[in-house]
Design a protein around this ligand. Structure first.
Ligand code: ADE
Ligand code: ZN
Length: 346
């Protein structure tokens, strides 16, 4: 492993801010800031059921995943046109760029929006156009992952996949999101097998609130290549050994875990334990508009509470490129930029 020079605790936030990184777990609908929500509502002749931005933001207090999902779903109702999806996505990409994210893999779902009467085409075209423009204007690469909603049926997931297929070349993979408890991965065995046969890369949320058994079945039944969250894995030593052995990345989202009460406080988060076990963990923002921070706030808050070091920072950023679905030449180029950053940082 590359020898990382020691950085004082005072300089650590600057290191974390400046280091090149990839973000692999961000729901684009969860990046919709209250300001833009009000703007889009006005543009579309709708009303947000809160008097102002501040009152809305103050309502973002959750006891668990489901409470959050209900509020998040309400927020998506202002999205109506391709331009709305474009504006939301470009705003996230600009924010990610400011955090020195060089590559991002963005989750979205179409089922929420088709449930509101929109077509999948509107959603995917808006997101994709923003990704293309961001590459040209910001120099950030972005790809798209279609998430199936696990509280709905597998038949409905098949419909979502079918509707997305005319846009196959705009998508890198499929994932599984929404209410975890009671909706184990194996419910989606057939649709994941179909997506796999079509060449989609596969990921799934597992072990956020759900048990280690859901991580096992995401791996063994769905055959996913990355686990989203996966923080419950540390309850099962055999599972940790499997994840380490197979180098399965975990896209961890510390502020999300804090806001959804997966951990009572950040000092008790298991990110440090995961790194010590040799797990290929990464740091991500999940739904930054709702959870109080983008990727760099996830890094700085967690590092300060867990006493993590510059070596951990390098490892996490290196892991983020390692875990990404970019080709090996691009990966090497990004990891070289990371090493160069650490060598010249003082
Ligand atoms: N959709 C948006 N954020 C999510 C999360 N943290 N878990 C599951 N589904 C989600
Ligand atoms: Zn998520």
């Amino acid at each position: 492993m590359y020898k990382v020079k020691t950085v004082t605790p005072e300089r650590l936030p600057t290191l974390l801010q400046g280091m090149p990184k990839a973000e692999l777990h961000i729901h684009i609908e969860g990046s919709l800031e209250p300001e833009l929500m009000f703007t889009l509502a006005k543009r579309n002749g709708l009303t947000v059921p809160y008097p102002d931005v501040e009152t809305l933001r103050n309502a973002y207090v959750f006891d668990n995943l489901q409470e959050f999902l209900d509020v998040y779903h309400q927020g998506t109702q202002v999205l109506k046109t391709e331009q709305d999806f474009y504006d939301m996505t470009l705003a996230y990409l600009q924010r990610a760029k400011a955090d020195n994210v060089l590559h991002t893999e963005i989750f979205f779902d179409t089922q929420t929006h088709t449930g509101h009467g929109l077509s999948s085409d509107v959603v995917i075209n808006g997101l994709h156009r923003a990704c293309v423009d961001a590459r040209g204007q910001l120099g950030i690469s972005a790809s798209l992952i279609l998430c199936f909603l696990r509280h709905l049926s597998e038949t409905e997931a098949f419909e979502a996949l079918e509707q997305a297929l005319p846009h196959r070349d705009k998508l890198v993979g499929v994932g599984l999101a929404s209410s975890e408890l009671g909706h184990p991965p194996e419910k989606f065995a057939k649709v994941f097998a179909k997506a796999r046969s079509l060449g989609f890369r596969l990921v799934a949320h597992a072990g956020e609130e759900g048990p280690p058994a859901y991580i096992w079945s995401a791996l063994d039944v769905l055959k996913v290549e990355r686990i989203d969250h996966g923080v419950q894995a540390t309850k099962d030593a055999a599972l940790v050994a499997r994840l380490v052995h197979d180098k399965i990345p975990l896209t961890v989202c510390p502020l999300s875990n804090l806001k959804l009460r997966v951990f009572p406080n950040l000092a008790q988060h298991n990110l440090g334990q995961m790194l010590d076990s040799g797990l290929l963990a990464t740091v991500n923002s999940d739904d930054p508009a709702y959870f109080g921070g983008y990727i760099n706030e996830n890094f700085t808050a967690t590092f300060s509470k867990l006493g993590l070091t510059s070596t951990d920072a390098y490892q996490l950023a290196h892991n983020s490129f390692e875990a990404s679905f970019i080709d090996s030449a691009a990966r090497r180029a990004l990891q070289d930029r990371l090493s160069e950053f650490f060598e010249t940082f003082d």
